[in-house]
Design a protein around this ligand. Structure first.
Ligand SMILES: NC(=O)C1=CN([C@@H]2O[C@H](COP(=O)(O)OP(=O)(O)OC[C@H]3O[C@@H](n4cnc5c(N)ncnc54)[C@H](OP(=O)(O)O)[C@@H]3O)[C@@H](O)[C@H]2O)C=CC1
Ligand SMILES: O=C(O)C(=O)CO
Length: 312
């Protein structure tokens, strides 16, 4: 079995050596320009078109959770990957716990009013503020898939009402499930903290706009852990200015790195991280990939296959 590997920044040697340990019978090589030798599987992240174009492959693994970038490449380069070649993505592989860390820490930061106390500190003011009530701090998660469901579960022990919105109904203990466009309004009503963990698709791009933000509870919070294009930044800034949104925590942006002149940099109630919410963990990813390839080779059903039409 031959596997080709391409990632613009990952340590190829580590990945190739670890893949060989997980799959001793496979031959794994780093793909380089001009390599047209046969391969059975390709492991890629932002691959050059020529790496895949015209290849007969048993499968392609995107080395991340979101597949918007590679689907955009396939759309822009017809023939880059034959329709009958399955595309897979990474499900969790260490990203779930990282998302839990990020979301729980930020929700607690807002719930305990540490943002307000920081403002008082800068004014040298010693003042105890009225506590928030858990019942007034409903957390609503856009997306209840692999990562969204784990984030939802991790918030329950802290006493917050938690709800999620997805395409299909979910059955997650203790978590209220809203499904489809027809239930988005009900999901938003009363949501105080909005966490975005949707995939970037034609249906979700620009979803977090003025209309959506206006439906949130007063003095709400927005946490974007998915893709920058989900948020209409001008609408978020307007909602922050009006006070409808009290604070935002943004890990992803419509352009990355965020241009220096973007007003989000200077906004006092916007906190930011540079797309670090959750990284692919090599060992977990390689375990997922090797198990999936093994199942594929045995003709067994696997998870993680991308629906290219649906977009995730
Ligand atoms: N900032 C970072 O570092 C990282 C960001 N990400 C982002 O997180 C996203 C989510 O990852 P993951 O949880 O693994 O993805 P999943 O595919 O497992 O979950 C996607 C969820 O979104 C829901 N959804 C998709 N389209 C719609 C729609 N039109 N209306 C309502 N719900 C919809 C799905 O609903 P249903 O279940 O019914 O199909 C599903 O619940 C990734 O796509 C990526 O963009 C991921 C890793 C790191
Ligand atoms: O895996 C993903 O989709 C990511 O955003 C990793 O940066």
């Amino acid at each position: 079995m031959d596997i080709i590997f391409y990632h613009p920044s990952f340590n190829s040697d580590y990945w190739i050596n670890t893949l060989h340990k997980a799959m001793p019978h496979a031959h794994v090589r780093a793909w380089t320009a001009g390599d047209n030798a046969p391969a059975d599987y390709a492991l890629v992240w932002h691959p050059p078109v020529e790496m895949l174009k015209g290849r007969k492959l048993k499968g392609v693994f995107a080395l991340g959770a979101g597949v918007d970038a590679i689907l955009g490449q396939l759309s822009a380069n017809p023939g880059m990957l034959a329709d009958d070649i399955p595309l897979f993505r990474l499900e969790d592989t260490g990203m779930g716990s990282q998302m839990q860390e990020y979301a729980v820490s930020q929700v607690l930061h807002w719930f305990r009013r540490f943002d307000d106390y920081q403002v008082l500190k800068q004014q040298s003011r010693w003042q105890q503020l009225e506590e928030y009530a858990h019942g007034d701090f409903t957390v609503g998660i856009l997306g209840a898939g692999v990562l969204g469901s784990k984030v939802a579960e991790s918030l329950l022990p802290w006493g917050f009402p938690v709800r999620c919105w997805s395409r299909s109904r979910k059955s997650l203990p203790g978590i209220q499930s809203f499904a489809g466009p027809e239930e988005l309004g009900d999901f938003l009503q009363g949501t105080r903290v909005l966490i975005n963990l949707l995939p970037n698709t034609s249906e979700t791009v620009g979803l977090i706009n003025q209309s959506l933000l206006n439906q949130l509870a007063e003095h709400s919070y927005v946490m974007n852990l998915a893709r920058g294009v989900h948020v209409v930044e001008a609408d978020l800034l307007a909602a922050l200015e009006s006070g409808k949104v009290k604070g935002a925590m943004l890990d992803v942006f419509s352009r990355e790195p965020l241009p220096a002149d973007n007003p989000l940099w200077a906004h006092p109630r916007v906190a930011m991280t540079p797309h670090i919410a959750a990284f692919t963990r090599p060992n977990e990813a390689i375990e997922f990939i090797s198990h999936t390839i093994g199942k594929l080779e045995r003709g067994e059903t696997v998870s993680g296959r991308v629906d290219r039409v649906r977009g995730y």
